[in-house]
Design a protein. Structure first.
Length: 295
């Protein structure tokens, strides 16, 4: 009887632990999503593409959400990162540049929060206009939940790939002005990321300089860049912003790898670009962002 009771207790404890680790999802906007006209179709997963492991492509996002993935308590450093998948502002590479990234962050003790921002590009609006609203609001939501989620409100970063890298850069350089009218107390909370991680970012340049929405100043968060030399989205995007940060005396680190192409996410390959997660973890530790585990 004692043995059976012990087994039952173990099962209950394990079940409780599993439930505690389940990701939570919440809406970015409590009511009406700003600027939406109801002219986008139903949200859907498009047929998977890609060689080897397929890529989940999420389309027609009209209701932005945050999905929060917490690390194991014994690993938790208190740091958190808002993740912006790429997809040309037309779709979201949901697993490749979203949920898989959250899993990696969890493995190094960081809370990973995947932002499902609005795609595709809205008619008669800048490509990043609606997504920037979503990202700014999302940063404030995460910071407002810091105590509840066991997060250090001063160690909340943003990480993006390709178009998501542009969105992350825009969020990092436009925290001084909301791209929407405040709707509640959440919008009184800072939307400035404490650090940024930009992986093969797109659209950062225009003409001979940075795009006008990438407004680098001395207050821009410290930033990590990773890009491949053979990327069709030129590494000049990363280089231009890195040089602007250097000029503004903002700490930054950049890795331009010999090969890797575009859209590699965290998936391993024979290309040196696939080592960027190790370089990024070293950077996070060197900058004191990972701190010490909370236990």
């Amino acid at each position: 009887m004692k043995t059976q009771l012990s087994l039952i207790l173990v099962v209950i404890v394990l079940a409780s632990s599993a439930m505690a680790e389940e990701p939570i999802t919440l809406k970015v906007w409590p009511d009406k999503v700003p600027g939406e006209q109801g002219d986008v179709g139903d949200e859907q997963l498009q047929p998977p593409t890609g060689n080897g492991k397929p890529i989940q492509r999420l389309a027609n996002v009209t209701q932005p959400t945050l999905t929060v993935f917490r690390p194991d308590k014994e690993k938790d450093t208190g740091a958190a990162v808002l993740i912006c998948p790429g997809g040309g502002y037309n779709i979201l590479a949901w697993d490749l540049e979203g949920t898989e990234v959250a899993e990696w962050l969890n493995s190094i003790g960081v809370t990973g929060i995947v932002l499902k921002y609005r795609v595709p590009r809205r008619k008669d609006r800048e490509k990043h206009d609606a997504p920037l609203q979503d990202a700014q609001r999302a940063m404030s939501i995460v910071r407002s939940h810091a105590d509840e989620w066991g997060i250090d409100a001063k160690r909340i970063g943003i990480l993006g790939f390709s178009a998501g890298g542009h969105l992350s850069a825009a969020t990092s350089t436009n925290f001084d002005k909301r791209n929407y009218d405040a709707i509640d107390d959440v919008d009184a909370v800072s939307c400035r990321p404490d650090f940024a991680i930009l992986i093969y970012p797109a659209y950062l340049t225009e003409g001979d300089g940075l795009a006008p929405e990438i407004r680098v100043t001395a207050d821009t968060p410290q930033t990590f860049f990773a890009h491949a030399s053979d990327d069709g989205i030129s590494s000049e995007n990363s280089i231009a912003m890195y040089l602007a940060l250097k000029k503004a005396k903002v700490p930054a680190e950049m890795h331009i790898f010999a090969s890797g192409g575009h859209g590699f996410g965290l998936r391993p390959s024979e290309h040196p670009a696939s080592t960027w997660p190790q370089r990024c973890e070293q950077w996070l530790r060197s900058r004191g962002i990972l701190g010490e585990p909370s236990n």
